[in-house]
Design a protein around this ligand. Sequence first.
Ligand SMILES: NC(=O)c1ccc[n+]([C@@H]2O[C@H](COP(=O)([O-])OP(=O)(O)OC[C@H]3O[C@@H](n4cnc5c(N)ncnc54)[C@H](OP(=O)(O)O)[C@@H]3O)[C@@H](O)[C@H]2O)c1
Length: 219
Amino acid sequence: MRIAILGGTGNIGKGLALRWAYKHEIIIGSREQSKAEQMKESYEQILLENTTKTCNISGVKNDKAVAAADIVIVAVPYKALKSLVDSIHPFLTNQVIVSLVVPMEKQNSYLKYVQPDDGSAAAELKKLVPDAIGVVAAFHNLSARKLCNLESHLDYDVVVCGSDKEAKKKVIELIEDINGIRPLDGGGLENAAIIESLTPFLINLARRNNLHELGVKFV
Ligand SMILES: NC(=O)c1ccc[n+]([C@@H]2O[C@H](COP(=O)([O-])OP(=O)(O)OC[C@H]3O[C@@H](n4cnc5c(N)ncnc54)[C@H](OP(=O)(O)O)[C@@H]3O)[C@@H](O)[C@H]2O)c1
């Protein structure tokens, strides 16, 4: 699969790029070509030190990344969502979009989920893109730090929500390619708010209990 990671220069985008690059063609997207190229080189270096497998990564501006992709991962802060979609809209044809976006803000010392008017960031994204584009919500409850550390053993579930069954199936298959992560079908896109809102809860839980890199695992 050709996977564009928009915001692939950031924390969680880096983790996904490193975990998928041995099997898929990864296109790091950024607002700046030079930043995308620089991060591509740094990820290649990390992969060289950690695996003997050949990896395929490129780095380009977000719109070019979308034009070349089958799957588009949206890994930018919520405040950037609308401007990002505006910039890629002409290049959306038949890709599947995966939203990792969590709308949250600091309140006192803790984080709070700020529910968008459309119900969730993923539902808002669905309204912003052409009707033919399948939107799936996933990865919200994974720790970027853990994902980025290739020596770190993963043992998490990732709940996947989406109303387009074909799109959701493709994303579930991609998640199965990451060792230690079990994808779980979380139903339609209307459930995305549940997994988005879990993220600030997990971060607060970790802070209150002096824990690190909490994720979810259903047993
Ligand atoms: N970090 C985690 O553990 C984690 C886990 C699950 C989900 N998430 C969610 O995933 C998303 C990304 O998180 P992150 O921690 O990876 O974020 P981040 O590192 O702060 O940002 C990711 C990338 O977003 C782009 N960006 C930042 N501001 C932007 C703007 N105003 N307009 C367009 N692009 C902008 C930047 O890329 P360029 O400068 O290269 O364009 C940046 O490298 C967030 O919505 C977050 O809630 C994060």
